[in-house]
Design a protein. Sequence first.
Length: 214
Amino acid sequence: MNEDNPYTKIMKLFEWIMRLVYLNLLWLLFSFIGGIILGVMPATASLFAVFRKWYQKEDDFPLFQTYLNEFKRSFKIANLVGQTLVLIGGILYLDVLLLLGTSHWMGQLLLMGVGALSFIYLVTLLYIFPTLVHFDLSYKQYFKHSFLLGVLQPFRTLLLMITLSLSALLFLTFPILLPLFAASFMAALTMWSFLFGYKKLADRYEHMKKTEPN
């Protein structure tokens, strides 16, 4: 089939819309199956794992069964990593609330420190799920790699943050889209950016190795 044919492009767009809707519904279903608290993290990891397969040209696989397998596989580690981030995020949020109410110089200094930690947290949060499904690492290494992948490509990280923020604003403005597209669209966007950026970093590293003097 001719890829440049307008009809083909429309059908391809329609196919991706259906994929996004179906995956978003699977995300909701498996989040509820896990009782929300234990379901959201592995359900999200499964989203990223499926998009990773599609972006790497793996199309011939049973979608529901693959999602179920990824949910089971990542259940423990996704909850361990995800709940850790929820706990840290909660602590940082409370710290900011407490420190915003003080005018003492020590409080202002601490607020700056919490701000720096919050930046590290946000960068890590942005890349944690792509890292979780792309690499086989230890618990601590997932956090380290997520942060490093973010700071090594600052422009891409900033652009992704802005794009995700605008997407979230769009979904909040039109809440009818939330159960249809919100999680799957943002996962698709983040996974694509991650894979593209990681390939750039890997190519740069290989080029540096080849040009190193013997």
